[in-house]
Design a protein around this ligand. Structure first.
Ligand code: PXP
Length: 267
């Protein structure tokens, strides 16, 4: 989720509530309602709400997005593909930020970052109306220098770094790949920050993986969904969010008190 302020060093937590809608849609009724989840997340300390209106509407629907916008007080981050249909809907919803993601119909979830360097010209035209409407532009990218350079030349407000490969390496128990993927995130965060872009990250994060990403000093926001909704089955959504907040704050605090913390030195 993207906030409207730049004034603090606090690491914000954006809660993605898509999979509450996935569960609802499994039966086609109204329960559980993602709006209720968004309000519960806000109450539990989420700094923003993220929802992805996919082209196939497999979870969040147009009506959900409008109701979430109307209900919440924290910023709304509208994740979407760069299509004319989504732009028209976003201009109607007026979220605080639009996070542009690549979308393939057959994918289980967003699989890679946006090819900003490759599609720079098309994206330049695409984002003008959104920006003119006062919506911040966030680009979900792989942690690659050329994607950051391209995002900077487009004037993106935010890059959201894809943490999927890092999380996959962690789940696979491959320490060398973990260190490599973490290094890419650390370097990309520094590079984007130096280019004047606000740095966010997300995808696949859970209690086991969030610490090193939260400890990256340039990081301003993490967007987390699937793990929190899954954890909510066991402990409830507010408790899951509070534990995530605590894990983020602990990692953040550890970097401040130990400047040579793991993420800054990982090879
Ligand atoms: N950020 C982006 C751009 C995403 O596409 C997603 C998944 O919808 C997330 C963050 C959240 O990922 P997860 O649900 O794995 O926490």
């Amino acid at each position: 989720m993207a906030s409207t302020t730049h004034d603090s060093d606090k690491l914000r937590l954006g809660v993605n509530i898509d999979h509450v809608a996935t569960i609802r849609n499994a039966r086609g009724g109204r329960h559980p309602d993602p709006v209720r989840a968004a309000l519960a997340a806000e109450e539990a300390g989420a700094d923003g709400i993220t929802a992805h209106l996919r082209e196939d509407r497999r979870h969040i629907t147009d009506d959900d997005m409008a109701r979430i916008r109307a209900a919440i007080s924290v910023p709304l981050n509208f994740e979407m593909a760069a299509t004319d249909e989504m732009r028209r809907i976003a201009l109607g919803v007026k979220p605080n930020a639009c996070c542009l993601v690549p979308e393939r119909r057959q994918e289980v979830t967003t699989e890679g970052g946006l090819a900003v360097a490759h599609e720079q010209r098309a994206l330049a035209g695409f984002i003008t109306d959104l920006r003119d409407a006062g919506i911040r532009i966030s680009l979900f990218i792989d942690p690659e220098p050329r994607e950051i350079e391209a995002s900077a030349s487009l004037g993106a407000d935010i890059v959201e770094l894809h943490t999927g490969p890092y999380c996959h390496a962690a789940v696979a128990g491959d320490p060398e790949r973990v260190a490599h993927e973490l290094r890419r995130l650390v370097d990309a965060a520094r590079f984007a920050h130096e280019a004047g872009i606000e740095v966010h990250a997300g995808h696949g994060l859970g209690f086991e993986t969030v610490g090193p990403v939260a400890a990256i000093s340039q990081m301003r926001e993490l967007n987390i969904g699937h793990f929190l909704i899954g954890e909510a089955v066991f402990v409830g959504l507010p408790a899951a969010i509070r534990s995530m907040r605590e894990a983020m704050d602990t990692a953040r605090h550890a970097t401040k008190t130990a400047p040579l913390a793991r993420t800054e030195t990982a090879a």
